[in-house]
Ligand binder design. Structure first.
Ligand code: UT7
Length: 306
C-alpha cells in the first residue's frame, strides 16, 4: 500500500508581532527571546477555521484536484474555534467539501498523528485525503505572562495525501503518548496556556530522539541518509540538541520558528511547505518529520519524496 504527497499549502495571518513589540508590555527582551528560543517574530490573528480554509484551498490548488476528489478531511488542531462543533466540518463547508470531516487533537504532534490517521484511512479504501494543521494559539495566551506569550503564534499548513499502488512516500511512523506528564503543559477551559518549560524541554529532546530512531530503524534508513529534518518548531535549542544526538547536521533541519514562533499542529506543515517552496526538497530524498507536545505526545515519520 502506497501513499503520495500530492500537494501542499500554508497560511499565516498578516499581523506580525516582533519581540521588540512584546518587550513594550512584558518584562522581556529581543535578546532573551532570540537566545533562549530562536524566535524573532510571530503571526497573530485569524481562527483555526479561517487559516485552515486558506491552507486547504492552497493545497487543493497545488494538487490540481477539486473538492469532489477529496474523500476525507482530518484537521489537527489544539485550538478549535469552539468545543463543538469540530473545526473540520466548518472548514469543509467553507471549502465546499462534502466528505467526512473530523478534528484530531494531539497538541504539537497533531500533524504527524493526522498523517498516520490518513495513512490508515487510505489503507482501508479512501483515495485522497486532505490533512490540515491549523491553530489560533494566541487566543489562549495570557499576554501578561512572559513565559508563554513570547513562544506562541498562529498559522496553518495542509497536504493532500493520495493512494498509490506503485510505491510510497511515507515509509514509517513511530508515535507515542504519556498522560502521566499531562500537567506539564495545559490549557483549561476559559484559561490560558501554562507550561513547565524546563521539564518539557528535557523530555522533548528525549522523546524526539527515541521516536526518530525508531522510525529510522523501521524504515531501514540511516541518520546520514536523511537530507532534511522537519521538526516541530518549539525552540531552536531543542532542534539543535535532538539533531546532534541523532547525528544529523543542524544545517539539514528546517527552521521557521524565527518567523512564526511555536504554532503547534501547524508548525511541521508550515516548515515542510517552506522547505519545498524554497527548493530544499528533491525527488528521492529522505526526510525525517518529528514532533512532540502536550499530553505528552510524540510522533516521528520517515518520508521519501517522490
Ligand atoms: O510545543 C511544545 C511545548 N513547548 C516547548 O517545547 C517549550 C520547551 N521549553 C522551552 O523552550 C524553554 O524551557 C523556555 C523557552 C520556555 C524557557 O527557556 P529556559 O532556558 O528553560 O529558561 P528558564 O525557564 O530556565 O528560565 C530562565 C530565566 C528565569 O529567571 P531566573 O529564575 O533565572 O531568575 C525566568 O524567569 O529566564 C526567565 N524568563 C524570562 N526572561 C525574559 C522566563 N521567560 C522569560 C522571558 N523573558 N520571556
Amino acid at each position: 500500500m502506497g501513499v503520495r504527497f500530492r500537494g501542499w499549502g500554508s497560511a499565516v495571518p498578516d499581523r506580525v508581532v516582533t519581540n521588540d513589540e512584546l518587550s513594550l508590555t512584558l518584562d522581556t527582551s529581543d535578546a532573551w527571546i532570540t537566545e533562549r528560543t530562536g524566535i524573532r517574530e510571530r503571526r497573530v490573528g485569524g481562527s483555526a477555521k479561517s487559516l485552515g480554509v486558506l491552507a486547504g484551498q492552497r493545497a487543493l490548488a497545488a494538487s490540481h484536484v477539486g473538492v469532489g476528489d477529496i474523500d476525507f478531511l482530518v484537521v489537527a488542531t489544539t485550538t478549535p474555534d469552539r468545543i463543538t462543533p469540530a473545526t473540520a466540518p466548518l472548514i469543509a463547508a467553507e471549502m465546499g467539501l462534502t466528505c467526512p470531516a473530523m478534528d484530531l487533537n494531539a497538541a504539537c504532534s497533531g500533524f504527524v498523528y493526522a498523517l498516520r490517521t490518513a495513512h490508515g484511512l487510505l489503507e482501508t479504501g479512501q483515495r485522497r485525503i486532505l490533512v490540515i494543521g491549523s491553530e489560533n494559539l494566541t487566543r489562549w495566551v495570557d499576554w501578561s505572562d512572559r513565559n508563554m506569550a513570547v513562544l506562541l503564534g498562529d498559522g496553518a499548513g495542509a497536504v493532500v495525501l493520495e493512494y498509490d499502488a506503485t510505491g510510497t512516500d511515507l515509509l514509517s511512523f513511530a508515535l507515542g503518548a504519556d498522560g502521566t506528564a499531562a500537567d506539564l503543559l495545559t490549557c483549561e477551559h476559559d484559561g490560558y496556556f501554562q507550561m513547565d518549560g524546563r521539564e518539557v524541554f528535557r523530555r522533548a529532546v528525549r522523546v524526539v530522539v527515541q521516536s526518530a530512531e525508531q522510525a529510522l530503524a523501521d524504515a531501514d534508513v540511516k541518520a546520514d541518509q536523511i537530507s532534511l529534518v522537519v521538526p516541530h518548531q518549539a525552540n531552536i535549542r531543542i532542534i539543535q540538541a535532538a539533531t546532534q544526538r541523532l547525528g544529523i547536521e543542524m544545517e539539514r533541519a528546517v527552521v521557521v520558528l524565527d518567523r512564526y514562533g511555536n504554532t503547534s499542529s501547524s508548525s511541521i506543515p508550515l516548515a515542510m511547505v517552506d522547505a519545498i517552496e524554497s527548493g530544499r526538497v528533491h525527488t528521492g530524498d529522505y526526510a525525517l518529520i518529528t514532533g512532540f507536545g502536550a499530553g505528552m505526545t510524540w510522533a516521528s515519520a520517515v518520508v521519501r519524496w517522490s
